[in-house]
Design a protein around this ligand. Structure first.
Ligand SMILES: *Cc1c(COP(=O)(O)O)cnc(C)c1O
Length: 465
């Protein structure tokens, strides 16, 4: 498929823009010397270009999307409809505050609900993604220790099952990472945790249920141990879907958290945003939050609320499903995952047979030894069956991992169909693995040379001069 730049024809245009009715008074210096090389196309060609691109991608609206850890649930269309109203869409970040009172109320209500759901006392809606919320939370923890004069505390403890953004955010905030092991049930190894706690501990970063889909039953003990050592507890809220309305990080002993509104609260995600990663905390930390109004605040982490509509859609979602619905989400997400796990575990071993929450991890290590079919091959074959593959090779502690998160919005029929496909593929792998090595064959592009793409990344169009 050609790039839109390659389809450009000089002088071709569409006339959908109204004439400019303001005087543009730029000084000479920021003006560009030559015209920007923008593609020139007719409206129908633009429409077809983007329609074709959309058809080549797999989205939640195209088929089952059990991408573990990403909570690819359905995005209700009513939220899109409300979010497209002029009163929400036509606001400007610099217009007087008194003219956007309704929008401010949206933000305030969202904060209030999110505090209630997480058991936190204060929330900042500034961060624009989960990882961004983690960074804000880590900076809050740092500011707290420094404010107390506790300069030694520069270590963040992170279990080996953690999402990669956890250590990355802690390092960006200037901390050192201390890795601890998981035990044979996939939970935090208490003995290892104890050994690593010290007067240098700034905090612990944990997601619960963790990335294996396992709820750590020692959570109260773990947060208590960290507090007794003088550290704070950070809750990575990306997996909140499993427990919302049932258990709250604030009650588990966590002091700071982020949420992924684009996962748990059903706003569209993928393709780089926009997202929303609110950062919440207990009352004793609220002054450190971004833009708290106190001089101990970590400051701004975003210029403007460019992701306002994401927060609005999350609020609409919460208002539509209500408190009971929030609880149903968690229960059904867990039910769907356990149903699928139960039906699959005889043909593909689960990495940990501890009861799981909203997601579970299969290991294809045995299948690979027997047939040569790896988790990657298996995923490519799933594409031919109209399904987005699960998350592969994550968490890192499981070999040939496939991490499956069906979410609560999938029907039993869809899940049964997926189970059937998994079974069929295992049987094909055992009889004629070549079919799997050659897949996908029905997708717009076949197997990509991932090594070449990483080594020789072409990220911009080179114009013929
Ligand atoms: C998705 C995810 C994150 C990061 O969130 P982004 O919004 O992608 O930045 C962090 N932790 C876990 C467990 C996640 O699943």
């Amino acid at each position: 498929m050609n790039l839109i730049f390659e389809k450009s024809v000089e002088g071709r245009k569409t006339s959908i823009l109204p004439a400019c009715d303001v005087e543009i008074c730029l000084p000479a210096s920021p003006k560009r010397e030559s015209l920007a090389k923008l593609p020139e196309l007719g409206e129908i060609d633009i429409e077809r270009h983007y329609t074709k691109l959309a058809q080549r991608a797999h989205g939640v609206n195209s088929g089952f999307y059990p991408l573990g850890s990403c909570t690819m649930k359905y995005n209700p269309k009513i939220s899109e409809k409300i979010a497209s109203l002029d009163c929400f869409n036509d606001i400007h970040p610099l217009q007087p505050e008194k003219t956007v009172k309704g929008c401010k109320r949206v933000l305030e209500n969202a904060k209030e609900y999110l505090c209630e759901i997480t058991g936190m006392d204060a929330m900042s809606l500034q961060p624009a993604a989960g990882a961004h919320g983690e960074l804000a939370g880590m900076l809050v923890i740092k500011a707290y220790h420094l404010d107390k004069g506790d300069k030694l505390r520069n270590e963040i403890i992170i279990p080996d099952s953690a999402h990669g953004t956890n250590p990355a955010s802690a390092v960006m905030a200037g901390f050192e990472i201390v890795n601890i092991k998981s035990d044979k049930n996939g939970m935090v190894d208490i003995v290892d945790l104890k050994e690593h706690l010290s007067e240098k501990t700034a905090g612990l970063m944990l997601t619960n249920p963790n990335t294996l889909g396992i709820f750590d039953e020692n959570i109260l003990k773990i947060t208590k141990m960290v507090h007794e050592a003088g550290g704070l507890c950070y809750y990575d809220g990306a997996n909140l879907n499993a427990i919302m309305g049932i258990a709250r990080p604030g009650d588990m002993g966590f002091d700071v958290t982020h949420l992924n509104l684009h996962k748990t609260f059903s706003t569209p995600h993928g393709g780089g945003g926009p997202g929303s990663g609110p950062c919440g905390c207990k009352a004793f930390l609220k002054d450190y939050l971004p833009m708290s109004g106190d001089n101990r605040s970590i400051g701004r982490v975003m210029g403007f609320y460019g992701n306002f509509l994401v927060i609005l859609k999350a609020l609409i979602y919460m208002m539509i499903i209500g408190a009971d619905g929030i609880k149903d989400v968690g229960e059904n997400a867990v039910l769907n995952a356990n149903y699928m796990k139960f039906k699959l575990k005889d043909i593909l071993p689960v990495a940990y047979d501890t009861p799981s929450m909203h997601e579970f991890v299969l290991s294809l290590e045995e299948l690979k030894e027997k047939t040569g079919v790896s988790a990657l091959d298996f995923s490519k074959a799933l594409l031919d069956h109209g399904m987005h593959p699960p998350t592969m090779y994550f968490p890192l502690i499981v070999h040939e991992a496939l991490m499956i998160e069906p979410t609560e919005t999938e029907s039993k029929e869809t899940i049964d169909e997926a189970i059937k496909t998994f079974k069929e593929l295992v049987s094909i792998a055992e009889k004629t693995p070549e079919i799997i090595f050659n897949s996908p064959i029905t997708t717009p592009v076949g197997r990509l040379d991932e090594v070449l793409a990483a080594r020789k990344a072409i990220l911009r169009h080179e114009f013929e001069s």
